[in-house]
Design a protein around this ligand. Structure first.
Ligand code: F3S
Length: 283
């Protein structure tokens, strides 16, 4: 029996780095430790960290009420206001913002200083987009749909800089940029989409196309896991979506010689390894 584990399964580089940052602080005996928002969208991970004394701050008000401790900024990043606030309060800040997101913060600061208005292609309610907007001194714009792109206007003669939320779909980004480009503004476009999601999907597709059964691990509400499942199912009829090892009900069969495994972006390595080990032993 051969088990093929996708190299890109689970956390991307930025999320892994943020989770590692929290573990390092725990090991160093830092206390109390807070994360500004859950460090990863996975309840098991957050609960495990909570058991080790890591508390989640969910709102700016909770941050305002802090008088001591260390606050870790997660991979999505935050606006400048939060950094300033912590500095004023004298609270220790550890920045685990993904470097790819930090790069967008720097781009919007620079382009705005050079006289361009900022337009972000993404979801206005997503914390990453809120954080990027928080690095603009003047009001920025967010466009997510074709309709919003069609309705988008700025004053004649104004200059524009377009960036993207890191997890936005490339094709959709291109389509929206094309609509806005036709409006005749002076525009520069910087594609700031991160390749992690696409690489995970491409690898899942490749593996699923050559195995007898494919396992996709991830939360039932996770949209990127659902997408991975759909991609794999197209290539391999025998595709299973599980949240954890207990959900796995692989019928052991003579015809299964090779099993592939991938996982959504918020699935911890521990769960992936458990499944990998179990599949390896069972067959
Ligand atoms: Fe992850 Fe950073 Fe890309 S958080 S999805 S590696 S932008």
């Amino acid at each position: 029996m051969e088990v093929i584990l996708a190299k890109t399964a689970g956390f991307c580089f930025g999320v892994q780095r943020a989770v590692d940052t929290v573990h390092t602080q725990i090991k160093e005996g830092t206390s109390p430790i807070y994360t500004y928002g859950p460090i990863v969208h996975n309840e098991t991970v957050v609960k495990e960290l909570e058991a080790q004394g890591v508390r989640v701050l969910n709102t700016k008000e909770e941050l305002l009420n802090l008088t001591e401790g260390t606050v870790i900024i997660r991979a999505h990043g935050v606006g400048k206001e939060i950094y300033d606030l912590m500095e004023q309060k004298g609270i220790r800040l550890i920045d685990a913002t993904c470097p790819f997101v930090r790069k967008i913060h720097r781009i919007v600061q620079k382009e705005e200083a050079e006289g361009r208005q900022i337009l972000i292609i993404g979801n206005a309610r997503h914390p990453e987009v809120e954080g990027i907007r928080g690095w603009c001194r003047t009001p920025s714009f967010v466009v997510e749909s074709v309709e919003e792109a069609q309705n988008f206007t700025i004053g004649a003669g104004e200059k524009l800089c377009i960036v993207s939320q890191t997890t936005f779909n490339y094709k959709k980004f291109k389509d929206l940029v094309e609509i806005i480009s036709k409006k005749g503004y002076d525009i520069i476009v910087l594609n700031t989409i991160c390749s992690a999601t696409e690489e995970r999907q491409t690898e899942a597709r490749q593996i699923a196309s050559r195995v007898d059964a494919m396992i996709v691990i991830g939360g039932s509400h996770s949209s990127n896991t659902q997408k991975l499942f759909e991609i794999c199912k197209k290539e391999c009829e025998n595709t299973y979506h599980i949240q954890e090892l207990e959900d796995l009900d692989l019928k052991s069969s003579q015809s299964i010689r090779c099993v592939g495994i991938t996982a959504g972006a918020s699935t911890p390595k521990k769960i992936i390894e458990e499944v990998q080990k179990h599949v390896g032993i069972k067959f």
